[in-house]
Write a protein that binds this ligand. Structure first.
Ligand code: ADP
Length: 262
């Protein structure tokens, strides 16, 4: 289990997370939701050890993250974040091979077993045919699948993702999240789209200005009265024909734009 216990974080004197609890039990997909600037990415970064909480702790299967070194962490946590790796002149296969790095010794080159793991990871995301293409030349959906393949090649037990559906069309948004669900890997994912969060996540944490507002199953957290206050928009919850929760949004008032986004 990966969990944040009463985690707070500040950039300098600006506290952006306050006493946040979240945990992902085995096989669950946990979504982090909330408006822009609510602290989702910061929380995710504390969960994969790129930021150290000011107070509270992140615990991985009973061990505080602070007690694990970088390579131990890299073998257990795979991270898929928005990045510019498209600028690197790497093939898709090379990009996925980077996921093997934590398993290779300092002076050990990758071998046949690693090549096989890379091929299997690419196959699993339906991207084996792209292996020799340049990563930078892929479409957004293809790139996202390759980055997930890299995380799979890492053979980590936990997957941490920051808005994996960003810039994808509706078809690929569902395809990528379907894929993540089918993997069965314990996942914590920053989500922007509340309807996708409802459909694919087992649990949700709603953040607002760094503080938890609701935490539980999607039906519980995606409660219009809570969301309307946090997102400052009219929200109606309906049940779609397939029984899934659907949120409809209505602009009710001119919301005050917070100065940092003006
Ligand atoms: P979200 O992912 O919900 O949009 P973030 O975690 O990115 O929120 O940001 C939370 C707050 O922390 C925002 O007010 C943002 O401006 C601030 N922040 C994020 N990154 C930095 C940084 N590197 N330095 C200073 N402030 C930051």
């Amino acid at each position: 289990m990966l969990e944040a216990r009463k985690v707070s974080y500040a950039y300098g004197t600006n506290t952006v997370l306050r006493d946040v609890d979240v945990h992902a039990a085995d096989g669950q997909i946990v979504g982090l939701i909330g408006p822009n600037g609510s602290g989702k990415t910061t929380l995710l970064r504390t969960l994969y050890g790129s930021l150290t909480p000011v107070s509270g702790e992140v615990v991985l299967d009973g061990t505080p993250l602070a007690k694990l070194n970088r390579s131990q962490l890299a073998r257990r946590l795979a991270v898929v974040v928005q990045e510019n790796s498209g600028e690197m002149p790497l093939t898709v296969a090379d990009t996925v091979m980077l996921g093997r790095t934590p398993h290779l010794g300092t002076f050990t080159w990758s071998g046949d077993a690693d090549n096989e793991i890379v091929a299997q990871a690419l196959e699993r995301v339906g991207a084996l045919h792209l292996a020799q293409r340049s990563f930078g030349g892929l479409s957004g959906g293809e790139r996202q699948r390759v980055l997930i393949a890299r995380a799979l090649a890492q053979q980590a037990e936990y997957l941490l993702m920051d808005e994996p559906t960003n810039h994808l069309d509706i078809h690929f948004q569902h395809e990528v999240l379907h894929l993540v669900r089918d993997l069965g890997v314990t996942t914590i994912v920053v989500m922007h789209d509340l309807n996708l969060a409802a459909r694919y996540c087992d649990r949700l944490l709603l953040l607002h200005e760094g503080s938890p507002q609701a935490y539980g199953g999607p039906e519980e957290v995606l409660e219009p009265s809570i969301l309307e206050r946090v997102y400052r928009i009219g929200i109606e919850a309906v049940t779609a024909q397939d029984g899934e929760l659907q949120l409809l949004f209505r602009h009710t008032q001119a919301p005050a734009v917070r100065k940092e986004y003006a």
